[in-house]
Ligand binder design. Structure first.
Ligand SMILES: [Zn+2]
Length: 340
């Protein structure tokens, strides 16, 4: 690619997998290219350069959002560069992607919830027709996964929630997982209720949409789970800042999962209750309570290899733990340079 398409941003500091002092990052159409921050002297003579005060970061991601239930422009204005939609009407996602609106975050989606006939969330007021797909048999499992795949999803979402209605039989769940894996898609489960984390693990599910909160996961199962599964945090939906037994159970599970080397993604379940649009300082503080250092939180919120617009904290990211969450709340997505 010709370098004259590129512009550079020079920041006072950066976190990009590690901390950097004053440095430069090369952008193409507003997205980082290359291997991360370089010394400012690396910027070629005459190249377009912008200076930003404060701390530059890879684009911040919320890995659990329901696009149909929130104002995504407000989410981006609140510092989130990318959202993973974790259950919406596929046509709505297609519409958002087609809009190609620079005020929207980048969106990746899982398509519809795959669930048993009459199962969660088919009876919920927030789940419009099309946002869930009832799966009736092993053969239907293959069809359902294929349908989501044709929508261009990046993962498949399944529901294991036996207290809220019928659930998928094990053989149907396994058919969903194997069909998804055959076409290169991971499977993310909503696992709620006794033994559902074990059931998800044994079926080959790759990730959980929520840190388990309905039961304590014993260390033996957790050791296996941490080897293979990733968890999306969603801690703040329990209590929304107030203490709650579910929050304590989730933080205890997450602390031990993290200690065992499990992969954690920052995600808030935006659309579920009174959550702030954009970066959620309570979610970050809860992750810190579970033992994550500021750098671990940034790792959970970013992907160094993703082609998404970077973020920056205009007054500089405050690294001490006690001020970190409030400081990161002021993050903004870096708009592309105006084209001349
Ligand atoms: Zn959700």
């Amino acid at each position: 690619m010709p370098s004259d398409e590129d512009d550079w941003v020079i920041a006072d500091s950066a976190w990009w997998g590690r901390w950097f002092d004053r440095c430069a990052v090369r952008l193409r159409r507003g997205r980082p290219v290359g291997t991360g921050p370089l010394p400012p002297s690396s910027v070629p003579r005459g190249a377009p350069v912008r200076h930003v005060e404060g701390t530059l970061l890879p684009g911040l991601r919320d890995a659990h959002v329901h696009s149909g239930l929130v104002d995504l422009r407000a989410v981006r204005a609140g510092g989130i560069a990318q959202v993973d939609d974790l259950g919406s009407v596929p046509a709505l996602i297609a519409e958002l992607l087609a809009a190609d609106d620079p005020k929207l975050p980048q969106i990746r989606a899982v398509g519809a919830f795959l669930t048993a006939p009459g199962g969660y969330p088919s009876d919920r007021s927030w789940a419009p027709p099309g946002s869930f797909r009832e799966v009736r048999s092993v053969a239907d499992a293959e069809s359902a996964v294929g349908e989501q795949h044709r929508f261009g999803v990046r993962a498949i979402k399944v529901v294991l929630h036996p207290d809220a209605g019928p659930t998928l039989p094990a053989r149907v769940l396994e058919a969903i997982v194997s069909t998804a894996h055959d076409i290169g898609l991971p499977v993310i489960a909503h696992a709620e209720g006794d033994n559902t984390v074990r059931d998800a693990y044994e079926a080959g599910v790759d990730g959980l949409a929520h840190t388990p909160w309905t039961e304590r996961i014993d260390d033996r199962l957790l050791t296996d789970v941490a080897q293979r599964m990733s968890w999306i945090s969603t801690l703040d939906i329990h209590g929304y800042g107030a203490d709650a037994v579910e929050l304590r159970t989730a933080i205890d599970n997450l602390r031990r999962f993290f200690h065992l080397g499990g992969t954690i993604y920052y995600g808030t379940d935006l659309g579920n209750g009174p959550l702030p649009m954009g970066v959620n300082p309570r979610e970050i503080a809860a992750l810190q309570t579970a033992g994550l250092a500021p750098e671990d939180v940034l790792t959970a919120m970013t992907d160094l290899d993703a082609a998404i617009p970077p973020c920056w904290v205009p007054s500089g990211l405050d690294r001490p733990s006690s001020r970190f969450a409030a400081s990161l709340r002021t993050a903004r997505v870096l708009d592309p340079a105006p084209t001349s």
